[in-house]
Write a protein that binds this ligand. Structure first.
Ligand SMILES: [Zn+2]
Ligand SMILES: [Zn+2]
Length: 429
């Protein structure tokens, strides 16, 4: 060791600072998210609680203690990196002007993507029966994660997790602030992934833009069954390796589309809220087996408001126990210029030129109660908006109700074309 690195002096002076930063980062982030969830519980997060089970006081105690041990192990690594940096073994640089902002951003993003891959594969390895008990047992004692679960690792797992940082920093020249940003990012995402309530914005169907971004529900499902959803920040490894939980998309979408789950009354008592959550969970669990075999009473042709179009409802090709519907006929098939009408309000520019005839406007509605189909989406080509919707069949008439953002709701009535024609025929001549 070089003579001017006084190990004991540095240990006494620098190590406490590093430990304070590591433990503080965990305590502040977990505390902050706990506070946010608590503050907005009644108005927002009660309806977004992922599990009906609640973590016990003992769970919190174990999680905080194990996390502080992890923070200690991280600090030992941090101190080792401090020495390695001083000795010139790492490629960390401090002068921002050396490589500039673009290099800074690219290396930070690359580090995050690389750690996501590192995490996926080391995490899967730790689930091997021979490794699980020594490496990953403590983390999975948390069946119902809380923000405090974030660092609740066995010591060997903490070592595997933190080893990525010096390995990467030995290979890729990183600005010290980029390393700091990376560590902050990982603790924030870790805490958010264990929050126990869905923190991310979700919609009623898999997001085309953000489907690769793991929600809180993604990792919560991993804690519930431990055999799927191994990924940390992004979903691509789970998708590539076929380890995504089969109900993941439906579980996420349920926060947006399940009317009971969404409308948990603000003033509901705890028991009522639990009943509502249970009723909703049951309706979600009812993956339509009972209805898959029977032809649906709403299948067939329906005339939309004012006979503007005819929609054909039928079992969806991808999920035959759900109902889809597409436009098959238009009262006015051409626009003012005489050209066939297109889906010109679609938010996706690439779809604006497609013919309106053939567009799927009803997607994946499930019969959740006799005569009621919900948990799906309704697309309105008039405004290009997709509504979370429900359909009910009453006296041979279909009532559609769709809401965007749970606020802008529209109701429409559809009728069987033959019923309309029948009443036209009975008009006085
Ligand atoms: Zn976890
Ligand atoms: Zn695991």
């Amino acid at each position: 060791m070089p003579v001017d690195f006084d190990l004991w002096r540095e240990l006494l002076q620098v190590f406490p600072i590093i430990f304070t930063i590591e433990a503080g980062r965990y305590l502040i982030t977990a505390g902050l998210f706990s506070l946010i969830i608590w503050a907005f519980w009644r108005g927002h997060y009660a309806a977004r609680k992922i599990q009906t089970r609640t973590a016990a006081r003992e769970d919190y105690r174990r999680e905080v203690l194990a996390s502080l041990r992890t923070a200690f192990i991280f600090s030992v690594t941090g101190f080792s990196m401090y020495y390695a940096h001083w000795a010139g073994w790492l490629t960390i640089y401090e002068d921002f002007s050396v490589k500039g902002p673009i290099y800074f951003a690219i290396t930070l993003i690359a580090m995050i993507i690389a750690q996501d891959a590192y995490f996926y594969w080391t995490h899967r390895a730790m689930h091997h029966p021979r490794l699980f008990r020594a490496f990953h047992h403590t983390h999975h004692k948390s069946k119902t994660p809380t923000p405090w679960t974030a660092y609740a690792f066995d010591a060997p797992e903490a070592i595997v997790m933190v080893a990525f940082v010096p390995l990467w920093a030995a290979l890729v020249p990183m600005h010290d602030l980029a390393i700091f940003s990376f560590v902050t990012w990982q603790v924030v995402r870790n805490v958010m992934g264990h929050a126990g309530v869905e923190l991310y914005p979700v919609s009623g169907k898999p997001s085309r833009l953000f489907g690769w971004w793991n929600t809180t529900t993604h990792h919560d499902l991993h804690h519930q069954n431990g055999r799927s959803n191994y990924g940390l920040y992004f979903s691509w490894w789970d998708r590539l390796m076929g380890t995504e939980h089969p109900d993941y998309q439906a579980e996420v979408a349920a926060f947006a589309i399940c009317p009971l789950r969404r409308k948990t009354p603000v003033r509901a008592s705890g028991a009522a809220a639990t009943l509502i959550a249970l009723a909703c969970a049951a309706s979600l669990a009812m993956h339509g087996d009972a209805y898959a075999q029977t032809s649906s009473p709403i299948a067939g042709h329906w005339a939309t408001r004012g006979f503007g179009s005819i929609v054909q409802l039928r079992p969806c090709a991808s999920a035959p126990d759900t109902i889809c519907g597409r436009i098959i006929w238009l009262w006015e098939p051409n626009d003012a210029q005489g050209r066939p009408r297109t889906d010109n309000h679609n938010p996706d520019r690439a779809l604006r030129t497609r013919s309106l005839i053939g567009v799927d406007i009803v997607q994946n509605l499930r019969e959740t109660a006799p005569g009621v189909w919900s948990n799906g989406s309704l697309y309105n080509p008039d405004d290009g908006r997709t509504y979370t919707g429900a359909i009910s069949l009453r006296n041979g008439v279909l009532e559609l109700r769709g809401c965007a953002l749970s606020v802008f709701c529209q109701t429409q009535v559809w009728r069987r074309p033959e019923d309309v024609l029948q009443s036209v025929r009975s008009l006085p001549q």
